[in-house]
Design a protein around this ligand. Structure first.
Ligand code: PMP
Length: 400
């Protein structure tokens, strides 16, 4: 009998996997299913990035590289942090991994002792808590109210801090809410951090370039230089450059932490892919217009989805500042009944009803630690989004 290691015991099967598994099965049965669950851009990787990868292969960049990133990629990341964020990291303060996810994993593995606490505002990307659990740490989930824009309120942050708090994890723009922190939004949280010097700050800026209207992106380490010594600023090429499959993420932080993370990486993946690292240089050094153009296209889709959802009685949808997700409230539909007499008791019930009755796969808010909501990823075609919203409206109308 196979017996998994006990460190996996606290990690359940995610609701996202459950709903996508169900959607895949229904599709296999020939049902017409629209999947709005995936967290990746539908665009292709830009040609100049692919060309750089081909050139790198032909030039023999097919071997192990330096442990946590080639000097050339680290130099491009250094420039990116200076250009976009006003952050000046030395090469020994930069790490490169197989995606932002591995950066997070390395950071938690390199720092957490059993029982150490990590404050995670909800709704949150479930990976944060699962990695903490896998390392024997304790995720401390702090709900963020929609009335506060799904952002962490300073008073809730203070209340969650204990002597065991090791990290606070912030993500802006956020998966799943699309909410982002402006400089003014960050200020009160930075004041709390200044008053609690044992708490380190991990920020996930992976959606930095996917922002809308006149929103101005900010990152804490640049806003408060004295926090630099206990901040890890995580980013990557997956979302901005449609490179999810290339697996390159990176971070800037204090050199002692970066060195400890390299030890973890040295005994797991050895180094990120040599070819992908060459491609990532082309992405970071390449033209910014392509990212802006794609952002305009995402914004048009956001507007379409938000408007359509807000027309549905019982559903409300805040306008997200960034990323490619809407996080709509479905509290007005809880307690109603489906045409075949089933009661909708939760957002999970609503998501399952949408999938089974009209063939639209969304992810319930409870999968991200905040109910009753549902997340739509609008990184898909306008025609598919229009059809999906039409079907969701129809399903909602049929509830009594
Ligand atoms: N952070 C957030 C908030 C994400 O949504 C994702 C991808 N779903 C990642 C990190 C992981 O990105 P990567 O592909 O670089 O591992």
């Amino acid at each position: 009998m196979f017996r998994p290691a006990s460190r996996l015991a606290p990690i359940g099967v995610s609701e996202i996997l459950k709903i996508t598994g169900l959607a895949t099965n229904l599709k296999r049965e020939g049902k017409d299913i629209i999947v709005l669950g995936t967290g990746e851009p539908d665009f292709d990787t830009p040609d100049h990035v692919k060309d750089a990868a081909k050139r790198a292969m032909d030039a023999g960049a097919t071997k192990y590289t330096a442990l946590d990133g080639t000097p050339e990629l680290k130099a491009a990341i250094r420039l990116k942090f200076m250009r976009d964020n006003g952050l000046d990291f030395g090469l020994d303060e930069i790490t490169v991994s197989a995606g932002a996810k591995q950066v997070l994993f390395n950071a938690m593995a390199a720092t957490l002792e059993a029982g150490d606490e990590v404050i995670i505002p909800t709704p949150y990307w479930v990976t944060y808590a699962d990695i903490v659990l896998m390392m024997g740490g304790k995720p401390v989930l702090v709900p963020c109210r929609e009335s506060n824009g799904f952002r962490l309120a300073a008073e809730d942050f203070v209340r969650a801090i204990t002597p065991r708090t090791r990290w606070v994890m912030l993500n802006s723009p956020s998966n799943p809410s699309g909410a982002a922190y402006s400089e003014a939004d960050y200020r009160p949280l930075l004041d709390v951090l200044m008053a609690h010097p044992h708490v380190w700050l991990m920020v996930d800026d992976i959606y930095e370039h996917i922002i809308y209207d006149s929103f101005r992106f900010a990152t804490p380490a640049a806003l408060e230089p004295s926090l630099r010594e206990r901040s890890l600023t995580i980013n990557g090429v997956s979302k901005a450059y449609a490179m999810t499959g290339w697996r390159i993420g990176y971070a800037g932080g204090p050199s002692a932490l970066i060195r400890a993370m390299a030890i973890v990486q040295s005994q797991s993946t050895s180094c990120p892919s040599s070819i992908s690292q060459a491609a990532a240089i082309a992405a970071l050094d390449g033209p910014a217009e392509i990212v802006r153009e794609r952002c305009c296209s995402f914004q048009a889709r956001r507007d379409l989805v938000v408007a359509a959802l807000n027309k549905i009685e019982g559903v409300t949808c805040r306008v997200p500042e960034g990323a490619f997700y809407t996080f709509a409230g479905c509290g007005g539909l809880i307690g109603r009944h489906t045409p075949d007499g089933q009661r909708i008791c939760s957002d999970s019930d609503f998501a399952e009803y949408l999938l089974r009755s009209v063939g639209v796969a969304v992810v319930p808010g409870s999968a991200f630690g905040l109910a009753p909501y549902f997340r739509i990823s609008y990184a898909t075609s306008v025609s598919e989004l229009e059809e999906a919203c039409r079907r969701i409206a129809l399903a909602a109308r049929r509830l009594t």
